[in-house]
Design a protein around this ligand. Structure first.
Ligand SMILES: O=c1[nH]c(=O)c2[nH]c(=O)[nH]c2[nH]1
Length: 295
């Protein structure tokens, strides 16, 4: 007999937009997010015995995502994720885990004639702010992150001293282009419950801002010996800046820019110190990951 080893279900790709209108100033603020909410619990019979009596319909889960966004703040996303997940545990005794993922998309306020515009915004990149929360009756775990922040430095990056053997063609370099799409995260120490998430809620925006600044400053200023060495430094700085986080992680593609030998055309010099025109590669790319904990 087969055995149901694990199961979760819910609604994915629920797109939500919320506006806040400041009646006094007329200034409006907007949040756009994509939400995934998957439930676990005593739901096995819905799979094994076609028993729908234990199923909170995914359509109802979608409705709940909208209703909780109306009833409660959606910022910071860590708080909204906690509120949404807690609702399912409080409402349905047979549900024991809510897995909530929130992806916040950028809408940056326009500056028009030097002034912040009260109700117009632009998408200044595909970078998102992410939250993965797991809500259980004995506590809430939250991982926050930044995904899709594309960065490039045109110098200040080297890569040499790596293994050279009969498989190696890569030349050592003391000066290369470094580019990546940042995917980084920081995992919060477990919260006892929703009240603990709510208490000192400003920690979440502060950590996000710190992680973003650390990522960009270290990327820009580090004389990088490798992606590995630079990302490890970033993780350490995030752990210093966010004392309530006990893990920091990065996953970084190494997006290669190849030199082009143009010497065949009138002896044009375009390699080594003369390199100016490069060929950006869409793949293959390196992919380098690490997770750093407190010692
Ligand atoms: O920073 C780097 N790390 C590597 O592991 C690696 N491997 C490679 O071919 N180029 C690079 N660059």
């Amino acid at each position: 007999m087969p055995r149901l080893a694990s199961a979760r279900y819910g609604k994915d790709n629920v797109r939500v937009y919320k506006v806040h209108r400041d009646e006094k100033t007329g200034v409006q603020s907007v949040t756009e997010m994509t939400v995934c909410c998957l439930l676990e619990g005593a739901i096995d019979t819905s799979y094994t015995q076609a028993d729908n009596s234990v199923v909170v319909a995914t359509d109802s889960i979608k409705n709940t995502i909208y209703i909780k966004a109306k009833e409660h703040p959606v910022n910071p996303p860590e708080l909204y994720a906690g509120i949404l997940g807690q609702h399912f545990l409080d409402t349905y005794p047979h549900i024991s885990v809510a897995n909530v993922k929130v992806v916040v998309h950028r809408w940056t306020r326009m500056t028009i004639d030097g002034k912040p515009h009260p109700h117009s915004f632009y998408r200044d990149g595909e970078e998102t702010r992410t939250v993965e929360a797991v809500i259980r009756r004995d506590g809430i775990t939250i991982k926050s992150g930044i995904v899709g922040l594309t960065v490039l430095k045109s110098t200040g990056s080297a890569f040499h001293g790596f293994v050279r053997d009969e498989y190696t063609t890569l030349k050592e370099t003391w000066d290369r282009i470094l580019s990546t799409d940042v995917d980084c995260g920081w995992t919060w120490k477990k919260f006892d419950g929703l009240a603990a998430v709510q208490d000192g809620v400003e920690r979440f925006d502060k950590a996000w801002e710190a992680a973003r600044n650390i990522t960009m400053k270290t990327f820009a200023e580090d004389e990088s010996a490798s992606v590995q060495a630079t990302m490890y430094k970033m993780c350490g700085q995030i752990l210093d800046a966010v004392p309530e986080a006990d893990l920091a992680n990065y996953s970084l593609p190494n997006k290669h820019y190849f030199e082009i030998d143009l010497s065949w055309h009138k002896g044009l010099k375009n390699t080594g110190e003369d390199a100016e025109v490069y060929a950006p590669q869409s793949g293959p790319n390196g992919l380098i990951k690490c997770e750093v904990a407190r010692s």
